[in-house]
Design a protein around this ligand. Structure first.
Ligand code: ARG
Length: 461
């Protein structure tokens, strides 16, 4: 493709170092889509004869059919997906194939292909995320009255309902969807026409190509920027990294919930593995692998950031190294999401075990402090009194619920009969009846909000 200037073929190891077709071939459909639009435009603008454009468009369809069918012979000597396709095109249709690359460079071609490819991939990740959100919302809807301890510092803090916990993750994933959609919108501009870096002398029609390829944001305004930045790749992988961070935390929580110490949930057998030595084991491997895969996606992000940081304008061959971390991050995220939704759907909840853990009256200590605030006591004083009470209970080796009113009054003189009713976790959650609170009524309203989202209905099909 560029042999004209050279006397010797590339060194064999250089060819091995430089080939990308072994992994960038996955963009073939997008490459062919971009080339097809480019060829049509070249004919519309009179840059190449219509008959040649027709031959190119038909030839590209034939190449695509070969690749789809698995009969296409990829050649590492032809470096990348772009040169493989162009070479086969010319092999099929002859001379007109040589006109396809008019007014374009692989630099604007690869930037276009990646944007087309990522637009589709981002949409697929969002679809998978929606399915996971739907599974979480469905489970949350079944557990708006299921009480368990909420934690801070992994210490029992206050009772919450399980639906509230699950919806916290739905919120996180909602922001992930927002970030992916936003990144997708920002990358939706056409680089083609930037040429190698300065544009082209040929009278191409970029607007037409942008419309044909569905770039809703129109054109990249600056040819040098168009071929030299990969911020859109980094942005997407960064959104995936955040998403993996969320899934990793959900996994960490789930591992704990499945532990013998908690024994609050059980995952479906299909989502666990056994031990080759300990017959009783049922391990939450999906959760653990998700935590591990998060590290891997962060690695991809750091690779991409490091790759770009010292590159002068415009295109540099280093940038070919953007693909493997990008593809790895996408493959990893999609696989994790795909397995996660059915795993969530397989969860069996042990309500009584959760409730038992949330029934220690110490979890309701804040409720008593806030009761005192309602009687007019400043919160700091209230906190101090209840703290003293908890200390007394600890020394006496008994629970707060075992205190008589008289004993209660030794630390909390303002206490009345009403205080003895504060120790029920049901009362505690029900009392947190503000927007965003864990009261079952609030959580039911949140579930209703999520169930009204259009993607909830899609999941049911
Ligand atoms: N395979 C190359 C890449 O992904 C395509 C662009 C090559 N451009 C060049 N001037 N060698 O970066």
């Amino acid at each position: 493709m560029w042999g004209g200037r050279f006397d010797a073929p590339p060194n064999e190891l250089v060819a091995r170092l430089g080939e990308s077709v072994s992994y960038d071939r996955r963009m073939y459909a997008h490459d062919i889509r971009g080339s097809t639009a480019h060829a049509r435009m070249l004919a519309r603008t009179g840059i190449i004869p219509q008959a040649d454009a027709d031959a190119i468009v038909d030839g590209l369809a034939a190449v695509k059919a070969e690749i789809d069918a698995g009969t296409f012979v990829w050649s590492a000597a032809l470096e990348d997906v772009h040169m493989n396709i162009e070479s086969r095109l010319t092999g099929l249709i002859g001379a007109p194939g040589g006109r396809l690359h008019s007014g374009r460079s692989r630099n604007d071609q690869v930037a276009t292909d990646m944007r087309l490819y990522l637009r589709d991939e981002a949409a697929e990740v969002v679809r998978l995320l929606r399915a996971l959100q739907a599974a979480l919302v469905t489970l949350a809807g079944q557990h708006t009255d299921t009480i368990l301890p909420g934690f801070t510092h992994l210490q029992h803090a206050q009772p919450v309902v399980f639906g509230h916990v699950l919806l916290a993750y739905v919120e996180m994933l909602e922001r992930d969807v927002g970030r992916l959609t936003d990144a997708s919108r920002r990358m939706d501009v056409l680089p083609l026409g930037a040429g190698a870096m300065a544009g082209t002398t040929l009278p191409i029609d970029r607007e037409w190509v942008a419309g044909e390829l569905g770039f809703t944001g129109g054109l990249c305004r600056n040819s040098m920027d168009a071929v030299s930045d990969r911020d859109f790749v980094i942005e997407l992988v960064s959104a995936l990294s955040l998403m993996m961070m969320h899934l990793s935390r959900l996994s960490e929580d789930t591992v704990f919930w499945c532990s013998q110490e908690a024994n609050w949930v059980e995952l479906g057998d299909a989502f666990c593995t056994g031990s080759s030595i300990m017959p009783q084991k049922k391990n939450p491997d999906v959760c653990e692998l998700t935590r591990g895969k998060a590290a891997r996606v962060y690695g991809d992000l750091v690779t991409l950031l490091s790759l770009m940081k010292n590159l002068p304008l415009c295109y540099n061959r280093d940038m070919q190294e953007d693909k493997e971390p990008l593809f790895d991050a996408l493959d990893t995220a999609k696989l994790v999401l795909a397995v996660y939704a059915p795993m969530v759907a397989s969860i069996v909840v042990r309500k009584e075990r959760m409730h038992g853990a949330a029934s220690d009256a110490a979890l309701m200590a804040t409720d008593l402090a806030e009761w005192l605030v309602r009687q007019g006591l400043p919160f700091r004083q209230a906190h101090h009194r209840v703290g003293a009470l908890v200390g007394a209970a600890h020394r006496a080796g008994k629970g707060l619920e075992a205190f008589t009113l008289a004993e209660l009054r030794e630390c909390v003189p303002e206490a009345t009969e009403e205080c003895l009713g504060l120790w029920k976790p049901e009362a505690s959650v029900a009392a947190r009846d503000i927007v965003g609170g864990t009261a079952p009524a609030q959580v039911r309203a949140q579930v209703a909000f999520w169930k009204a989202q259009p993607w909830m209905a899609e999941g049911k099909e």
